[in-house]
Ligand binder design. Structure first.
Ligand code: GLA
Length: 668
């Protein structure tokens, strides 16, 4: 029975529709009590073309068939990937005389049904996309608002098994109403169709959509950068309690293999999505995938964490100093434990078997799901994790722990100016490097011997003992090394790898030493945009000098403008961002006018911070598109390095164009 309230809102929606040519069906099927479509008992796995192609010419029948073929030939299907899904731009702009979607003639000359049949012939499932609006986001094809029943029927007749339902051009119609209407239309077809809601977390779908969709996007769109991936992790990790079999949080599709992150970062991306029980939708063109990409995507031990039938989304039990420990309880009582290092330098991250929820026991078995090794521990779970890296462990209170070698963790340390600082070395200048092996095992590690390797042309000399006969539980053994880069070492990052061997096993870890020629800033006051930075990272596109951030290529910004005030000098950043300068302990202050650039009028909200080495010395508080520029200045006396940091203000980094207008440093 329709309530007065819903009738009123339907009429209000009709009024909207009169202006925008939407016709809402007032006689839709009665809402189902719950989704109960039996699908996505574990998070869905498959492919979607969007991240690889957007609406480019590569998105066509050949591609989709090629992906389906590869699913079978390269073992992806066997690894659990099932859905082959089309995103935006699969249809013509206009509906046909019956009001039905028309497949895009150029991309899909043989229609969608033929393609779905092809995908089905491979034992796979087929998915489509549209928007709960009048047009899709790319605006090249119609949306389904007001056409839910007719469209669902058409897709079911084509054999569609999956619908991604976007949020663009929604005419302000209530989200619950729009998504519920499509849920009911899909249910009315009688065909099981997985319903993937994509309203970007705008209406907190985790609080209402459990009975509406099989999954819901929790954030804005991912992009192929570490900072985008990280910002999504921060948003999605807080929502663990809302996910479960049949209804998952969706932190967006995978970027693994698209080229904007390193393989270490892609392994973090894949590990964290798995620990967070996220849908695993491959977003790269597998026809061009490297061996490394395939290895990540087909790691069955990691996939098993994502697909664990208990269906619990893992959550952080600790986040501190860029060190995150995520725990996901698994059906057989094991725990998946992700040790994620968000920061730009290697860090040792540790927890314990009892802290991750395992019962007290004399020993535990630890499986490293990327190294594919098995070790025993007396309880400590620790690893030195590379910058942006994740060590993913599966830990069990298994009585056969003593069959495995003890878990030894190796760290390698270089002198740094503050915790998390870049380990910088100068050509021809010796530095002391320390390697440390720590035994977490219940059993002693025997015949322990450490080594350190550096690139050709570097000299490495042990300055203390390299071996010890035995290392007991939770005991460490350190060796000092004198390492000298060659006089002519070029600027860049160089691997130093520590490797410890012991009876039955070995362990290693790598740190990157950065060769940089540091230049002392001139005395007096200088615009920071006229100085070389030590490093810079940005949420979208590169940091711009003397313009705002244009989000994509270098040089695509505009004059820096905050609430009407235009600045000739400054830095154009996009949250989350860090820009670091060498101050050589010779500078006294940093100042800037900070704010969100006028080129964004909604959503942008950020905080600006100035750091002197490891200490925050200024903080703007939250600034949004509505605020005028705030003047920020800080005493940076004695600092070796100064960092300008922009955070996303806690609401994701959509539209966070952050200007450091007139940013300048004063040195003696
Ligand atoms: C939105 C969605 C994306 C993608 C595009 C297509 O931005 O969030 O995932 O589907 O639309 O235009």
């Amino acid at each position: 029975m329709r309530t007065v309230r819903s009738l009123t809102s339907a009429l209000a929606a009709l009024a909207v529709s009169a202006a925008s040519a939407v016709t809402l069906t007032l006689t839709s099927a009665p809402p189902a009590a719950a989704l109960e479509n039996g699908l996505a008992r574990t998070p869905q796995m498959g492919f979607n073309n969007w991240n690889a192609t957007h609406c480019g010419a590569d998105f066509n029948e050949d591609m989709v068939k090629g992906i389906a073929d590869l699913f079978v030939s390269s073992g992806l299907k066997d690894a659990g990937y099932q859905y082959v899904n089309l995103d935006d731009c699969w249809a013509e702009k206009d509906r046909d005389a019956n009001g039905d979607y028309v497949p895009n003639h150029t991309r899909f000359p043989n229609g969608i049904k033929t393609l779905a049949d092809y995908v089905h012939s491979k034992g796979l499932k087929f998915g489509l996309y549209t928007s709960a609006g009048t047009l899709t986001c790319a605006q090249t094809m119609p949306g389904s608002l007001g056409h839910e029943q007719q469209d669902a029927k058409l897709w079911a007749s084509w054999g569609v098994d999956y619908l991604k339902y976007d949020n663009c051009n929604n005419q302000g119609v209530d989200a619950v109403k729009r998504y519920t209407a499509m849920r009911d239309a899909l249910a009315a077809t009688g065909r099981p169709i997985l319903f993937s809601m994509c309203e970007w977390g705008e209406n907190k779908p985790w609080t209402w959509a459990k009975d509406v969709g099989n999954s819901w996007r929790t954030t804005g769109d991912i992009s192929d950068s570490y900072s985008s991936m990280l910002s999504i992790v921060h948003q999605n990790m807080a929502l663990a309690s809302y996910a479960g079999p049949g209804h998952w949080n969706d932190p967006d599709m995978l970027e693994v293999g698209n080229g904007g992150m390193t393989d270490i970062e892609y392994r973090s991306h894949f590990s964290l999505w798995s620990v967070m029980a996220a849908p695993l939708l491959i977003g790269s063109d597998l026809r061009k995938a490297s061996a490394a990409t395939m290895k990540i995507l087909t790691n069955r031990e990691v996939i098993a964490v994502d697909q664990d039938p208990l269906g619990v989304q893992g959550a952080p039990i600790g986040t501190d100093g860029g060190r995150d420990v995520f725990v996901k309880p698994l059906k057989n009582g094991d725990r998946a434990v992700a040790l994620f290092n968000e920061s730009d330098a290697p860090q040792r991250i540790g927890t314990s078997a009892t802290a991750v929820g395992l019962p007290a026991a004399p020993g535990y078995t630890v499986r490293d799901l990327w190294a594919h090794t098995t070790r025993e521990t007396a309880g400590t779970l620790a690893a030195t994790v590379p910058a942006h890296g994740t060590v993913l462990l599966r830990v069990s209170a298994d009585r056969r722990w003593a069959l495995h070698p003890p878990a030894v963790d190796v760290g390698v340390g270089l002198p740094v100016a503050y915790p998390g600082a870049l380990p910088i070395v100068q050509p021809g200048t010796p530095v002391t490097v320390t390697t440390t092996a720590t035994n977490a095992g219940r059993l002693p590690a025997l015949a322990v011997r450490s080594g350190l390797t550096a690139p050709d042309g570097w000299t490495v000399r042990a300055a203390s003992r390299r071996s010890t006969p035995a290392l007991g539980t939770d005991r460490s053994f350190s060796t000092s090394w004198t390492v000298t880069p060659p006089q002519d070492a070029a600027v860049g990052a160089y691997d130093l790898t520590a490797r410890t061997t012991y009876a039955g096993a070995s362990a290693e870890s790598t740190v990157q030493a950065t060769v940089l020629k540091l230049t002392t800033p001139p005395s007096g006051t200088t615009y920071l945009s006229d100085l070389p930075w030590v490093r810079a990272s940005n949420g979208w596109g590169p940091v711009e000098k003397d313009t705002s951030n244009g989000e994509k290529a270098a040089g695509d910004g505009h004059p820096i403008t905050i609430n009407g005030a235009v600045y000739k000098k400054g830095l154009g950043a996009h949250a989350p961002s860090t820009i670091e300068y060498y101050a050589a302990k010779q500078c006294t202050s940093v100042a800037a006018d900070v704010g969100v650039d006028d080129e964004k009028t909604t959503n942008g909200s950020v905080t600006f911070e100035i750091w002197a080495d490891g200490t925050k010395v200024a903080d703007s508080g939250l600034l949004t598109t509505a605020d005028p520029a705030a003047h920020l200045s800080a005493d940076v006396g004695g600092a070796s390095f100064v960092r300008l940091i922009v955070t996303d203000g806690g609401n994701g980094n959509d539209s966070d164009h952050a200007d450091w207008a007139d940013a300048r440093i004063t040195c003696t």
